[in-house]
Structures are given as C-alpha cells and as structure tokens.
Design a protein around this ligand. Structure first.
Ligand code: ZN
Length: 267
C-alpha cells in the first residue's frame, strides 16, 4: 500500500489543460525550488529508502538516462517542496541533523502516478453491464450523474474517488465531473484538502441528454467562467473547459467554449 507525503510539489508538473497557465506562485521556478534552497530549515525532513527519480525526457535521452534509481536513496523536502533526490550518503551529508523517515529496502519512493482520464461520478457504476456507449450512458451514466446535483452527495463521491486514487498511488488526475458546478466544487475542495493536482471542469451538454443534466451555450459559458475565476491555480488545481463530446454539445456550445478559451489564453 503506497504511503504519501501529501502536496509535495515535484519538478514534473503536468501541462495545464487547454493551455491555461496557473498564475505564477512565488518560489515556483519549475524545478521544485532545488536551486533556491540550500540551507536546512526547521521544516526540512528526508525520506530514506529505494528511490526512483525521473531526470530527463525519455524520448530525447533514452529511458536509461532519463531514470535514476538508488538502492539507498534519500529525498530531502523543505516546506512541501523537494530539494534533492539521490544517494543517501551524499544527500544527507549536505543536510546534517535533518530528520530522516526510513522506509527500509522493501519500499520504493517515487513520484505519484498520473491518471489522464477518469469520471469521478461513474465510480459507483463500475462493472455495470457493457452496452454500446450511448445505451450505457442513457441507462447507467446519466441517471447516476443527476445525483451529483446534490453538493453533499457529490462531496461524498469525490472523497471516495480521491482517497481511492491516493490508495493506488495516483496523485494527479484529469477528471470529468457532472454538469453541475457543485460537482466540480466538491472535487476541487477534496483535492485542495489532500494536496492533489486535479484537472477538472464543469461538464457541458446541451443536447441528447436528460433535461436535468442539460445546460445551454450561455449557462455553460457563465458557469465555466465563474469556476475558472474561483478555482484555477488554487493549490495544485487546474481548470479544464469540458464539453462532454460532439454528440451532446451543439455547434453553438462548442463555439461558446472556444470564445471562453480565447478570452483567457495569453495573447
Ligand atoms: Zn471518458
């Protein structure tokens, strides 16, 4: 069972969805602050055990050069950011007196996994009989997603999903919510508390779905914009503008989403 040091900013932050860059944060230099912190602070500690670190792009330098493993490695963390990873003897010598949490030889200390596509409201229909996609949506998915208009129900579902991710080593995920802004807020609130990087957005559908799940080009635009302003860049949260797919979004809705993205993207 993986254990997690929650909210640690690793050097390999995923690309923001739709090109929306979170606002720059002080001290976020894109390499985990490794160049800035050289002094051991009271909030510094180390993990010791087998480590696996990703040093470069495997497509550019080849997999062997991109990955570094140490049988006796250490990760030094200060104020929630990784300072360095490497051979324990070398790394710990540079941080004398640092508190060390040893995991022993049977553990592997590495960055969290990234799930690039999930639907958190569908957790409770996993294993439903496999129809064709459209029948599956009508029979199982849409009736389930309607329940996520209730903020409390959504919050419970979000927590089950997020805790399930952490229990399986997933610390970053791109996740569909339901059409209701409350379903997005429930997910983001839970992610913020857990220090997870979650990419999500209000689902948009203005045709071919039950009335209770339907929005319009206008309401989809307004609700998405309000959610972006409230959530994008908070903690490790990234907002994704999320029309469900062509079957459930009119051309008018897709155009409205294009206009929303164009109004936000840097020129
Ligand atoms: Zn999907």
């Amino acid at each position: 069972m993986p254990r997690f040091i929650r909210g640690i900013q690793t050097s390999a932050a995923p690309r923001p969805a739709m090109g929306l860059d979170p606002p720059d944060k002080p001290g976020d230099d894109g390499n985990g602050g490794a160049e800035r912190h050289t002094m051991t602070t009271p909030h510094t500690f180390a993990l010791r055990g087998r480590t696996l670190a990703f040093r470069d792009d495997p497509f550019r330098v080849g997999p062997d050069a991109a990955v570094e493993t140490c049988d006796d490695g250490a990760v030094v963390i200060a104020d929630g950011r990784i300072l360095e990873v490497g051979q324990a003897s070398n790394v710990l010598a540079r941080h004398p007196g640092v508190e060390v949490d040893s995991y022993g030889p049977d553990a592997l200390i590495m960055a969290g996994f990234v799930d690039s596509h999930a639907h958190y409201p569908q957790l409770e229909i996993i294993g439903s009989y496999g129809e064709q996609l459209l029948e599956w949506l009508e029979k199982y998915t849409f009736p389930t997603e309607i329940k996520y208009s209730d903020p409390q129900y959504a919050r419970a579902g979000a927590e089950t999903y997020l805790d399930g991710c952490l229990a399986n080593g997933v610390t970053t995920a791109s996740v569909f919510s339901a059409t209701y802004p409350a379903s997005v807020e429930a997910l983001f609130e839970g992610a913020l508390e857990r220090g997870m990087r979650i990419v999500s957005g209000k689902n948009m559908m203005d045709r071919n779905c039950p009335e209770a799940l339907r929005d319009t080009a206008r309401s989809g635009y307004d609700q998405s914009k309000a959610l972006i302003e409230k959530w994008h860049g908070r903690g490790r949260i990234v907002y994704a503008v999320t029309p469900r797919f062509a079957v459930t979004s009119t051309f008018e809705q897709m155009e409205a989403m294009g206009a929303l993205c164009a109004s936000i993207l840097p020129r």
